[in-house]
Design a protein around this ligand. Structure first.
Ligand SMILES: Cc1cc2nc3c(=O)[nH]c(=O)nc-3n(C[C@H](O)[C@H](O)[C@H](O)COP(=O)(O)O)c2cc1C
Length: 199
């Protein structure tokens, strides 16, 4: 699948790491785009180290074993990217995690960076756009923006892991969300054990 992955500045580098590792491992044609604030959050969640964009992303790729990340990463300033046009046939876009700021831009059709523009393109072309919002508690503006994007055609997969698959590691929680995103996109995976029920 040809997929654009936007990573914005909400807490939860682990969600981005899990998703990109899965797409990389499954051999999908993904392109990753980290907002400036995403890099800042990644750096703060990773702890000590050089805060320069390239170094932060190198450490992130190494930590998650995302082999192809460096050659598959595009700058959020690259508005001339093929992804910025509806004529480019990206099959889906995911914003994971999605900050309330990026959510507001998508809801309002404001395109301050490539992530917002790709989201806008996916909505206008009626192609899958999955948002993984992360914030708590949620204010009225956040909820109103979520309703607005849902009505515009986006799919919301909030970073709210379940526990019925008996997670043992923090990574299991992130893999659950990745699995839900891949389910929505129709991508097969074995990231969590599905609920079987009594029959
Ligand atoms: C350490 C840190 C954690 C943050 N966590 C969140 C969060 O969970 N959700 C959120 O909506 N914003 C969060 N923010 C605020 C966003 O980074 C901020 O609104 C930023 O403008 C988002 O820009 P972007 O959407 O272009 O990435 C956090 C900021 C920092 C520095």
């Amino acid at each position: 699948m040809k997929i654009f992955v936007g990573i914005s500045g909400a807490s939860g580098a682990i969600y981005a790491g899990s998703l990109l590792r899965a797409l990389d491992g499954l051999g999908h044609d993904y392109t990753a785009c980290f907002s400036d604030h995403a890099v800042e959050v990644l750096a703060s969640e990773a702890g000590e180290g050089d805060p320069a964009r390239e170094r932060v992303l190198e450490r992130f790729a190494g930590e998650w074993g995302i082999a192809q990340l460096a050659q598959r990463t595009i700058s959020p300033d690259e508005m001339g990217s093929a992804f910025a046009s509806g004529s480019h046939l990206a099959q889906a876009a995911v914003i994971c995690p999605c900050s309330m700021s990026t959510l507001a831009c998508v809801a309002g059709g404001i395109t301050m960076n490539l992530i917002h523009r790709v989201a806008d393109v996916m909505l206008k072309e009626s192609r899958p756009l999955v948002l993984v919002p992360r914030e708590t508690p949620l204010g009225e503006t956040h909820l109103a923006n979520m309703l607005r994007v849902k009505r515009a055609g986006a799919i919301l997969v909030p970073a709210m892991p379940a526990f019925y698959h008996r997670p043992r590691r923090i990574e299991d929680l992130a893999d659950f969300i990745t699995g839900k995103v891949l389910d929505v996109l129709g991508v097969e995976h074995d990231l969590f054990a599905r609920w079987q029920g009594a029959r």
